[in-house]
Write a protein that binds this ligand. Structure first.
Ligand code: PBE
Length: 303
């Protein structure tokens, strides 16, 4: 600690000298505190805070687990939302400040910022994750055509990325979804293969306002509408989303991240929902930082 203060002091002197050379500009104090950043530990540089999202998200539970497993005793996971997390990330990134966020793939942030996952040698965030579609029990009998479409739904990270980035760039959700559908009629035709149109049957899909899920649910809403369904999208928190499918108040969701992210929910509601299959492979959750940060592993947060 003493040594760091000394080095910081030197940094301050050096910054001051530069300031003087540049004709005594103001802000000496601010500059000196920036100058001492490199001498701080990662923890000090971010006030021992990991910028999280909504409390019910599986990644929050996984991060609490990571904090325990890596013995990051001084660290706090700050709750917020997906939107608040990306806003904080942008703010830090624009100023090249350190920040650690709970991150996942697919997500547009990797297209907009130069980011990296921290290595997770203890596997707190699991390995290969998938996004699966789940439905209430009884959907196959009640809405067989929708059940078939939802079961046949499968797309790639790139597909979802196109929709997500368009929305992030300011396109309306429905418009971004419709544009993707128009450009990918072949894929949509696979989901609706062997399905007959219906006449205004009602169906409700529950989802959480995560950027990835906003994209998938808006696409599926339009596909189901085109097949004659009257579709309601309900935006809820993660716990209520699983509860709604389990108690039948929602018909389905495309947002079941398994086997790790939503493990607790899947176990809690075992037998009360039906798995309709994987809609995306090779997805991932973890701790994400800007490339310019000089750390590579969650282990590095201990220093
Ligand atoms: N996510 C996006 C969710 C699943 C989809 C990774 C933020 C979660 O952590 O539950």
């Amino acid at each position: 600690m003493k040594l760091m203060k000394k080095v910081a002091g030197l940094g301050a002197v050096a910054m001051l000298a530069i300031g003087l050379a540049a004709c005594g500009n103001d802000d000496g104090n601010n500059e000196s505190s920036t100058g001492s950043d490199s001498t701080k530990s990662v923890g000090e540089s971010v006030n021992y805070k990991i910028t999280g999202i909504d409390p019910g998200a599986g990644i929050m539970e996984a991060t609490e687990r990571a904090i325990e497993e890596y013995e990051l005793n001084d660290w706090d996971l700050v709750t917020g939302s997906g939107a608040a997390m990306t806003a904080a990330l942008k703010k830090a990134y624009d100023k090249e400040k350190p920040i650690i966020v709970t991150g996942w793939t697919p997500h547009w942030k990797f297209a907009k910022f130069d980011l990296k996952y921290l290595d997770d040698p203890k596997g707190a965030y699991g390995g290969e994750e998938q996004i699966r579609t789940i439905a209430r029990t009884g959907l196959a009998e009640d809405l067989p055509e929708a059940h078939k479409i939802l079961s046949q739904f499968h797309w790639s990270e790139e597909d979802m990325g196109t929709v997500m980035v368009a929305i992030q760039d300011g396109e309306k959700e429905e418009v971004a979804a419709q544009n993707w559908i128009d450009a990918n009629a072949d894929k949509v035709a696979q989901w609706t293969e062997g399905v007959e149109k219906v006449d205004g049957d009602k169906i409700t899909l529950a989802y959480v306002a995560w950027d990835s899920e906003i994209a998938s649910h808006n696409v599926m809403k339009l596909v189901l509408e085109d097949m004659g369904y009257n579709v309601t999208l309900t935006q809820v928190e993660a716990g209520p989303m699983w509860t709604a499918v389990a108690d039948g108040s929602a018909d389905a969701t495309l947002a079941a991240w398994l086997p790790v992210t939503h493990k607790t929910y899947a176990e809690k509601f075992e037998g009360k929902f039906e798995e309709l299959g994987i809609n995306m492979e090779g997805v991932k959750i973890g701790l994400v930082v800007p490339q310019y940060m000089d750390i590579d592993s969650i282990e590095d947060l201990k220093e």
